[in-house]
Design a protein around this ligand. Structure first.
Ligand code: 4NP
Length: 156
């Protein structure tokens, strides 16, 4: 069974679909597509069924990263089925914890990033800043893949 890595934000239209696309790109480039499945969810339900926010689409296209996602809300089955639940900010992390126990490793994306002082990926929905969000998410995804490889014994 492949590992299941699920990124989590509030609306599942800005940050977590960006993390999903960037992380999937890294997994594909590492030749690990058969070993790691990537998905994303939101804790809220306002945007269920929507494609990523135009700002997320634009920055992903600018970096040549493909995406194919429709927003969905986190379900109990995600807590059971995921191996890694990766929150974009502390509020998302608290929401995941409130849903109950899970065997998944639950963490903050930027805790995996090297050389990044921030704890939370800022929410660009109202204030923009998608380029900065991209840089932070990219650093987090890079460190997360390294962490998973080490923990799971997936050698290069
Ligand atoms: P996201 O951004 O959590 O990164 O997808 C947001 C999207 C929608 C809302 C808030 C944040 N909203 O309030 O609808």
């Amino acid at each position: 069974m492949p590992l299941r890595v699920v990124s989590v934000c509030l609306g599942n239209i800005c940050r977590s679909p960006m993390a999903e696309a960037i992380f999937k790109d890294m997994v594909d480039n590492a030749g690990l597509a058969d070993e790691i499945v990537v998905d994303s969810v939101g804790t809220g339900n306002w945007h269920v069924g929507e494609r990523p926010h135009p700002g997320t689409q634009e920055v992903l296209r600018a970096h040549g990263i493909s995406f194919d996602h429709r927003a969905r809300q986190i379900q109990a089955s995600d807590l059971q089925g995921a191996d890694y639940l990766i929150a974009m900010d502390r509020s998302n992390l608290a929401d995941i914890r409130r849903m109950g126990p899970t065997d998944a490793e639950v963490g903050l994306l930027l805790d995996y990033a090297e050389g990044v002082d921030e704890t939370d990926v800022p929410d660009p929905y109202y204030s923009g800043g998608f380029d900065r969000v991209y840089r932070l998410v990219e650093a987090g995804c890079r460190g997360l893949l390294e962490h998973i490889r080490e923990k799971e014994g997936i050698v290069a």
